[in-house]
Design a protein around this ligand. Sequence first.
Ligand SMILES: CC(C)(COP(=O)(O)OP(=O)(O)OC[C@H]1O[C@@H](n2cnc3c(N)ncnc32)[C@H](O)[C@@H]1OP(=O)(O)O)[C@@H](O)C(=O)NCCC(=O)NCCS
Length: 153
Amino acid sequence: MAKLDVAVTINDLEIIENVGKACLPIYYRPQDLLMMMMDGKHLIYKLTSNDQIVGFVVASLEDDGERIHIKSLGVLPEFRRQGYGRQLVDKLKELLGHQTNGKYITLYVLEDNFTAVKFYARLGFKSVKKMENYYLSLGKSAYFLKFEVKSTD
Ligand SMILES: CC(C)(COP(=O)(O)OP(=O)(O)OC[C@H]1O[C@@H](n2cnc3c(N)ncnc32)[C@H](O)[C@@H]1OP(=O)(O)O)[C@@H](O)C(=O)NCCC(=O)NCCS
């Protein structure tokens, strides 16, 4: 079982870039990740299995911490369908209402990324709207997805 390791270090950034490259058409470079690590407005978590990074999530804190926005999330192909992606999103859900006093998690997903669309639907995300040509460089549209914490009042 892979474990969620919150403490991303500078030494991890190149590996996270490579995992991103193996997962997505658009991924972050180490220098982008470094800026995000240092600006106090981002969360970067890694998943490790036998000391190998097999998954990651990069998210930003928006609207004074009310919303966590997933900017990138990936699990290496050979480690998929074992609950690791869910583990990464669960970590963000856990933070809502604790560290961030937040209510929502949002993200954009490529219209033809059917695996991710199913994955997020399974995790309780709803499609809010279609953003035509959101990914201009790819010439593709995206869905804006949102997960809302249920009020316990
Ligand atoms: C999307 C992604 C992160 C899912 O990671 P994962 O570790 O395989 O997901 P999990 O094992 O936690 O799956 C959780 C649930 O999502 C759904 N799901 C995941 N992959 C699925 C697939 N290929 N087809 C249908 N449903 C799927 C299932 O309901 C699954 O529950 P189950 O295994 O009990 O049926 C992974 O496929 C990935 O890295 N894809 C490439 C990068 C990407 O698209 N990232 C998202 C956009 S930012």
